[in-house]
Design a protein around this ligand. Structure first.
Ligand code: PMP
Length: 414
C-alpha cells in the first residue's frame, strides 16, 4: 500500500502525527522548515542585537515616493490597477527591465519575489535525481526551493573569489550536470564576489557542456566599493552576439533589496523556451504578480530607484566598514572573515571543532545573535562558520554586538 491509498482513520485516536504525515505528499515530506527560522525566534528578544536576519534597512525605505506612486497609479490606471492582469507582467515594467540588458521585453518574466523564480525554475528545470551544482556554501532559500524537486546536489568549492572554476572544469569533465545555481555578486551568505576572469570561464565552460546556469543577483546594484562586473547573463549574451535565444544563463533579480521587499516584485530573463514554461508554471502558482505593485514599481524605477540605490549603498558601505573595523579590534586570532564589496552579509570562519550552532546560545547570553553557517551547505558541514548581516544595525549596536561576539569567540577558543 502506498501512502496515498492508506485508509483514513476511523477513530479520534488516530488524529496523531503519524496520521497527518501519511496524508501529505512525498513532495511535502521533502520540504524542510528553514533551519534559521527556528534559530531566529530566540534572537528576537528586544534587548538582543541581531546580526542574524537579512532584512533591508526599513528606515531607508522611500515612504513618500511609494505613497505618491500609489496615488499616481490609481489616478492613471483607475480600476485597471486593481484588475487581474497578464501572467507575463505589466508591459512598461518589463520593457524597462529589458532595456537595461538590451533584450526584447518578451524575454522578461515578472515574478512575485525572486524567491518565486527559484521555486518555479526548480519546478520547470529539475527532474528527480538531476544534478544541480551549487556553491559551497550557497543561499539557503534556493536549497529550500529546489528540495521538493529532489535534485542531486554537487557542491562546487569556493574561495575568496567565489566558485573555483578549475575545480568546476574538472567536475564537469565527469559529471553531467543539469543546472548550476550561483549568486555571483556579494553572495548570500558569504558576501563574496566572483571575479571577472572566473565569470568568463564559467560561462564558457557551462555553454560548452550544455549546463543551464541560474544566476541569482538580488544584490548586484549594491556595490559600495570596487568596480562593477558584468553579469554572467551579460557575458553570455555578448558571446551570443546579443541573441537572447542562444544564452544558457537564466538571470534572476529583484527590487527587494534596491527598492522595498514588501511589494514582492522581481524578474527572470531567459531564452523563450524557458520563459514559456515559466509562464505556465506561474499561471498555476498565482496567475500573476499583483497588478498594483507592478504599476507602482514601474512608476518608481525612473527617479526613485537610482536615488534609492545610492542611499542604500552608502548606508550599507558605512555599516560594513564599521563592522569590519570592530571585527579587527575585537575578534580573536583564529577567526577569519570576508570583506564584502557590496550587499548585506559577511561570513566568519572559526577554527575547526568549534560548533557555531551550540555557540549561539552563549552569544545570545551576551545579547548578540548571528546565523550559524551549516544550513547554507547543501551537503552538510560548515559547523564552524556563521553569517553576519550589517544591513539593519546602527553604529552603537555594531560596536557593542561585535565586541560581545569577540568575547564569545575568545572564550570558545580558550
Ligand atoms: N536570492 C537570494 C540570494 C537572496 O538573498 C534572497 C533574499 N534573501 C532572495 C533570492 C529572495 O528575495 P526576494 O524574493 O525578496 O526577491
Amino acid at each position: 500500500m502506498t501512502t496515498t491509498d492508506r485508509p483514513a482513520p476511523a477513530t479520534e485516536t488516530l488524529w496523531n502525527d503519524a496520521f497527518w504525515a501519511s496524508r501529505l505528499s512525498d513532495r511535502a515530506g521533502n520540504m524542510t522548515a528553514s533551519a534559521i527560522r527556528e534559530i531566529l525566534k530566540i534572537t528576537q528578544e528586544p534587548d538582543v542585537i541581531s546580526f542574524a536576519g537579512g532584512l533591508p534597512a526599513p528606515e531607508l525605505f522611500p515612504m513618500e515616493a511609494v505613497r505618491a506612486a500609489f496615488d499616481t497609479v490609481m489616478t492613471k490606471y483607475g480600476p485597471a490597477a486593481l484588475q487581474y492582469s497578464t501572467t507575463e507582467g505589466h508591459p512598461p515594467l518589463r520593457e524597462w527591465i529589458a532595456a537595461q540588458s538590451g533584450i526584447p521585453a518578451r524575454n522578461v518574466q515578472i515574478m512575485t519575489g525572486s524567491q518565486q523564480g527559484l521555486d518555479l525554475l526548480g519546478k520547470v528545470l529539475i527532474s528527480q535525481g538531476d544534478t544541480v551544482l551549487v556553491e559551497s556554501p550557497t543561499y539557503l532559500g534556493a536549497l529550500q526551493s529546489f528540495q521538493p524537486y529532489r535534485p542531486r546536489y554537487v557542491e562546487m568549492p569556493t574561495d575568496e573569489q567565489g566558485i573555483d572554476v578549475d575545480a568546476l572544469e574538472a567536475l564537469l569533465a565527469h559529471t553531467p550536470a543539469k543546472l548550476l545555481y550561483a549568486v555571483p555578486n556579494f553572495q548570500n551568505p558569504t558576501g563574496r564576489t566572483l571575479s571577472l576572469e572566473r565569470r568568463q570561464r564559467l560561462v564558457e565552460l557551462t555553454a560548452r557542456h550544455g549546463v543551464m546556469v541560474l544566476e541569482d543577483d538580488p544584490y548586484g546594484k549594491l556595490r559600495f566599493t570596487g568596480e562593477d562586473l558584468p553579469s554572467l547573463y551579460q557575458i553570455a549574451l555578448d558571446k551570443a552576439g546579443g541573441d537572447p535565444e542562444r544564452v544558457n544563463v537564466i538571470y534572476s533579480s529583484s527590487f527587494s533589496k534596491t527598492l522595498v521587499p514588501g511589494l514582492r516584485d522581481a524578474w527572470v530573463q531567459a531564452a523563450m523556451p524557458i520563459i514559456q514554461k515559466l509562464i505556465q508554471a506561474k499561471q498555476g502558482a498565482d496567475l500573476h504578480t499583483p497588478t498594483l505593485n507592478q504599476m507602482m514599481v514601474a512608476e518608481l524605477v525612473g527617479d526613485t530607484l537610482p536615488r534609492q540605490i545610492e542611499i542604500v549603498k552608502k548606508a550599507y558601505g558605512e555599516r560594513a566598514q564599521q563592522m569590519l573595523t570592530q571585527i579587527a579590534a575585537h575578534f580573536p586570532e583564529g577567526a577569519e572573515y570576508t570583506r564584502p564589496e557590496g550587499g548585506m552579509f559577511l561570513w566568519v570562519t572559526l577554527p575547526e571543532g568549534i560548533n557555531t550552532t551550540t555557540l549561539l546560545a552563549k552569544a545570545v547570553e551576551r545579547k548578540v545573535a548571528y546565523v550559524p553557517g551549516s544550513p547554507f551547505f547543501a551537503l552538510g558541514g560548515g559547523e564552524n562558520t556563521l553569517r553576519l548581516s550589517y544591513s539593519s544595525a546602527g553604529p552603537e549596536q555594531i560596536q557593542r554586538g561585535i565586541r560581545a561576539l569577540g568575547e564569545t569567540f575568545a572564550e570558545a577558543l580558550g
